[in-house]
Design a protein around this ligand. Structure first.
Ligand code: DCP
Length: 230
């Protein structure tokens, strides 16, 4: 068979060709992703998809987020599987807006949380392998649009304080060390470009700044998003 006929017989990926310019908002726990997203509420032509934490807290009456922190060896794997499903729903959700902005993505589950859980022994090798096989299958068969990643870069100490102040009950036992590990995995992915597609542009914002001072950083992101999406 010629290359041409092989190209013609490649079956299209699910959700291929129906996604607008897509921006992924990433950063450590407590880096301000939700606040960042809310800032874009005022624009009409943007489909905003916030992270479905409430769904993870109530899966048929079970709080998977809580179970994942309380009994991580047993629940980290089903939790990440469920996060992956909810993320895929967001990645593939059709919209007639010209820009989609998503809080987190399949990529942070894969490159940050799952890698970290494997490295620190929370995920058994067999569980990790099953997740890798799922990710490989998804990569082959589902289109994930990612035109820009906004990295809300923080220091672990700052987000640790914010997390304690916010006091989400499930996170009460999360130590600084965990946020330090997640910080390294975000840096490896988005700054050192050790994982994922190194060609996806990343805009790095200083998210250690508090709410009064972060306005100029938001403005910078608005410029990048609107310029790039035209
Ligand atoms: N989480 C996880 N694995 C993922 C995604 C999230 O274990 N793949 C956990 C970490 C947090 C909770 O879910 O306990 C929510 O995490 P996020 O960092 O995604 O969201 P926040 O609400 O902390 O974001 P922010 O404070 O930046 O708005």
């Amino acid at each position: 068979r010629t290359i041409k006929t092989m190209a013609l017989t490649r079956s299209p990926k699910y959700a291929e060709n129906n996604q607008p310019f897509t921006v992924l908002i990433e950063g450590n726990i407590g880096s301000g992703k939700t606040t960042f997203l809310n800032h874009f509420n005022k624009f009409d032509d943007i489909c905003l998809l916030s992270e479905p934490v409430e769904r993870w807290q109530d899966v048929g009456g079970c709080n998977l987020l809580d179970l994942m922190y309380k009994e991580s060896n047993r629940w980290a794997m089903p939790f990440q599987t469920y996060v992956t499903l909810t993320m895929l729903e967001m990645h593939t959700k059709p919209t007639d807006k010209s820009v989609k902005i998503m809080e987190r993505s399949l990529f942070s589950s894969r490159y940050c949380f799952v890698e970290n859980m494997y490295a620190n022994g929370t995920l058994h090798k067999g569980m990790y392998q099953i997740l890798q096989d799922w990710y490989r299958f998804i990569e082959k068969s589902i289109h994930i649009q990612a035109d820009l990643i906004v990295y809300l870069r923080t220091s672990p100490e700052v987000v640790f304080e914010r997390m304690k102040t916010r006091a989400r009950s499930e996170e009460s036992c999360v130590p600084l060390k965990y946020l330090e590990e997640l910080h390294v995995s975000h840096e490896d992915w988005l700054v050192h470009r050790k994982r994922g597609n190194p060609n996806t542009p990343v805009l790095i914002l200083n998210a250690d700044l508090d709410l009064e001072n972060i306005g100029s950083e938001y403005k910078r992101s608005e410029d990048s998003i609107f310029k790039a999406s035209i």
